[in-house]
Design a protein around this ligand. Sequence first.
Ligand SMILES: Cc1cc2nc3c(=O)[nH]c(=O)nc-3n(C[C@H](O)[C@H](O)[C@H](O)COP(=O)(O)OP(=O)(O)OC[C@H]3O[C@@H](n4cnc5c(N)ncnc54)[C@H](O)[C@@H]3O)c2cc1C
Length: 442
Amino acid sequence: MAWDFETEPEFEAKLAWMRDFVREEIIPLETLAHEWRTPEGRQVFTKLVAPLKEQVKAQGLWAAHLPPDMGGLGFGQVKLGLMHEILGQCAYAPSIFGNNAPDSGNAELLAVGGTQEQRDKWMTPLLDGKIRSCFSMTEPGAGADPTLLSTTAMRDGDEWVINGHKWFSSNASIADILIVMVKTGDHETPYKNYSMIVVPTNTPGVNILRDVPTMGEPDHKTGEPGGHAEILYENVRVPFENIVGGEAGIGQGFALAQKRLGPGRIHHAMRWLGQSQRAFDLLCERALTRYAHGSILAEKQMVQDWIAESYAEMQAARLLTLQAAWKMDQLHAAGKHYSDARVEIGVIKFWGAKVLYNVIDRAIQIHGSLGYTTDLPLESMYRAARAARIYDGPDEVHKVTVARQVLKRYRPSEPSIEHVPTRRAAALEKFADSLDGLAISH
Ligand SMILES: Cc1cc2nc3c(=O)[nH]c(=O)nc-3n(C[C@H](O)[C@H](O)[C@H](O)COP(=O)(O)OP(=O)(O)OC[C@H]3O[C@@H](n4cnc5c(N)ncnc54)[C@H](O)[C@@H]3O)c2cc1C
């Protein structure tokens, strides 16, 4: 029996170090977010976090997301998940650990799908934090259904020529490379029509129109970190070998995307738990502090309901996510594809996003007007949380995947497999010898 809910002591010690480090060294940077927005402020920020990154490296926790044979530390998804739960508390933490989206996912993509040359050229500097990257797939006309993506790459001798219109290319305006999902074929099976191509951002024809202001960051300025760019690719020429996976990567875009997104969803779901926990701490603290209508709020049954529901939802999300991570580790060890964990991954994507949203919402509610102000981080957490139900595939798409896979375990049956008269007739037949002496009603 190997059902074990404990973290091994050596790794628990690392997690304990991380908890202190994130609380003491990284979270205090948050309230100066406004100051970091100017070019000078960003320089100060970079200077401040450089020694923090060195401390992370000294702890052996930098860029822990890849197996050792691919340049990482080989932590596997369970350990990474536990790390991301801590990193998720603060938006600055993942990059200080060399583990920030979309760079970590893109490094992973190059690790599992790239050629050796591509790994040397782009993955290694990504892992070292020397370059930044972007994953450019969604288009204004196509997102949840990727078979509708229309950006094309046509082969012209030794080059690809890319044309199309993307948006929500996170990080593009500060990235050195863009990994672009493009249509390269016209097969009957639409999933084989797409490939990924690495495009250096400074290639002529890459026109970054703007970072789209969002609910999460309505006052975002193009070129600030964390933007979601709208890009026109106009006759962008890149060498043939920039296709991820080389010749063999043609038509493999969606298969590679699944490899990239699976681990990313574990990391997201655990980071959401880090955020949820922060909101939950505020919820509980307020319940014990605020007095109204004859008692502290913690004594109101409705508030107790929020606390119990939030606790249960978070615990369920945590166990579901760690179990999905464990399954992925088992699959990886057996040399199998993560697609065998697609139900588990689909569940945590929509369930985790919902829990995050619910807990923050309750935390805002219990703070009343204070919860609605910028005096607390809850309002910005809430705005950011709303996106979790959309990015990396909206809730509905994951629910469709889960339901389809679950339904494969069933067959239609008429009458119902539990139809009592039918079962009774079968039981009468099965036990006929023993029932001889009884007066049976039919
Ligand atoms: C903050 C943020 C960051 C992002 N970063 C990136 C990035 O870095 N790179 C990138 O390429 N993209 C990125 N995206 C885009 C994201 O992946 C897409 O928004 C997502 O895939 C949905 O596509 P869409 O927005 O075009 O929605 P649509 O395809 O227009 O879908 C709209 C809605 O239709 C419904 N729907 C769709 N399909 C079904 C179905 N089968 N059954 C029932 N309902 C359905 C859902 O409610 C869905 O929300 C980001 C998005 C956000 C919000």
